[in-house]
Design a protein around this ligand. Structure first.
Ligand SMILES: Nc1nc2c(c(=O)[nH]1)N[C@H]1C(S)=C(S)[C@@H](COP(=O)(O)OP(=O)(O)OC[C@H]3O[C@@H](n4cnc5c(N)ncnc54)[C@H](O)[C@@H]3O)O[C@H]1N2
Ligand code: MOO
Length: 386
């Protein structure tokens, strides 16, 4: 059981994730938004699949004027060849017939008055290849399309579908079991004097969902026995608890983990808020992330450690955090301060609401700022998934 730096703790949860990788499952492409690919996707066809027109107009062969010979059927494979001196009406995206040298745009040609079957250019004749998108110019069949581990987004769904995919092999969504503790914590209504309204039940499942996980939530009383029972029965991919990490509740979480036969790997991290955060394993090997009860501390810990755990469980390297040089956080050595901040004219400005129990700062923040080790060094940005 050790206390550790914020960076080392991030690495630790990443390797804990790696040691228990998520499984994979097939999902129809239209349901795959937000899912991570289990394996790289490759193009199943050339894109475009044939030479196609980039404009509405005429496919032409030879120098104009041209005799018109029909219309290219949209969506059909390349049709009969085009003879020199002829032109065929074509729409954007239709297959260019063999023998066509270029596409003449609709606005660059006139049908001759003396004969409806004749076309002449009104602009310099198009150069060979003009306004033709070549077969495979964007992608060749078999080329890598989207790397393993990438999170699907609407444009990636479009790309996968365009390249012929109906089903994608994605990582199973991690199942998080969220345990909310605290007898003073009430689940609904205006908290009476001395009581505290539960800030986590209504917020953390959505936060996990935004980060790609499914959550089931339970509340347990501040007593050792139900906690031990829960720890021994739980089989999620990650067990997340709130409260009871420090002196409160008589150190309930640590005592319950030890009594259940589990192992505490990290007890305390060099960060504020959030220093009592804890990483452990139950006797069955289920990883446990113990978040402090103070609301901002719970958010700073979740956002610092859940994404690296998920990177690891997804077989990905740990995401490197962006640096920001223009910020107003004082250096704090190895003890990281994590402050909600907003962008103002390219500068990261820390919120005044940085107390461990305060939610006002993070509610309006653009991100969390991790303080630098020494003055003049950049700070790091912990992104928010909204
Ligand atoms: N003797 C010590 N006391 C404290 C230490 C310490 O090192 N030694 N650390 C302080 C720090 S820092 C933090 S952070 C908190 C961590 O507290 P716990 O994880 O033990 O959490 P609790 O004692 O259960 O609660 C703390 C605080 O948070 C409120 N809380 C709890 N759950 C919720 C919830 N679901 N929604 C809203 N608010 C919640 C709770 O009412 C308390 O006010 O410990 C310090 N103390
Ligand atoms: O580490 Mo505590 O969360 O500063 O308040």
């Amino acid at each position: 059981m050790t206390s550790t730096t914020w960076e080392a703790a991030r690495e630790f949860v990443w390797s804990a994730g790696r040691s228990r990788p998520l499984g994979a499952e097939p999902v129809p492409v239209d349901l795959a938004d937000g899912r991570r690919l289990a394996a790289a996707a490759h193009a199943l066809v050339d894109l475009p699949t044939v030479d196609v027109s980039a404009m509405d107009g005429w496919a032409v062969a030879g120098a104009g004027p041209w005799r018109l010979d029909g219309t290219v059927v949209m969506g059909a494979p390349p049709a009969r060849p085009l003879r020199v001196g002829t032109a065929r009406i074509i729409t954007t995206g239709a297959a260019v017939p063999p023998g066509a040298v270029a596409v003449l745009r609709a606005e660059h040609g006139d049908l001759l008055a003396e004969g409806p079957g004749w076309l002449r250019p009104t602009a310099p004749a198009p150069q060979a290849g003009r306004d033709i998108r070549r077969r495979g110019e964007e992608l060749r069949r078999g080329e890598p399309l989207i790397p393993a581990g990438a999170r699907m987004t609407p444009p990636r769904l479009a790309l996968a579908a365009a390249a012929g995919h109906d089903v994608l092999e994605v990582l199973a969504e991690p199942r998080v079991e969220l345990i909310v503790t605290g007898d003073e914590v009430v689940a609904a209504g205006r908290p009476a004097a001395g009581a505290v309204r539960d800030a986590f039940g209504p917020s953390l499942p959505s936060l996990f969902e935004r980060l790609g996980a499914r959550t089931s939530t339970r509340r347990i009383p501040d007593r050792l026995d139900p906690f031990i029972e829960l720890l021994s029965e739980a089989r999620p991919d990650l067990l997340v608890t709130t409260g009871g990490t420090a002196g409160g509740h008589g150190d309930l979480l640590r005592r319950a983990i030890i009594a259940e036969g589990g192992t505490i790997d990290v007890a305390g991290v060099g960060m504020r808020p959030g220093h009592p955060v804890l990483f452990a394993r139950t006797s069955a090997g289920v990883p446990v992330l113990g978040l402090p009860g103070n609301p901002l501390a719970a958010f700073t810990c979740l956002l610092s450690f859940f994404p690296p755990w998920l990177d690891g469980a997804s077989g990905q390297p740990i995401t490197v955090l962006d640096e920001v040089a223009a910020h107003d956080l004082a250096a704090t050595g190895l003890q990281r301060r994590l402050a909600p901040f907003t962008w103002r004219a390219g500068r990261a400005v820390a919120s005044p609401w940085v107390g461990s129990a305060m939610l006002r700062g993070i509610a309006d923040a653009d991100g969390l700022l991790a303080s630098p080790v020494a003055d003049g060094e950049p700070a790091r940005v912990v992104p928010l998934p909204w």
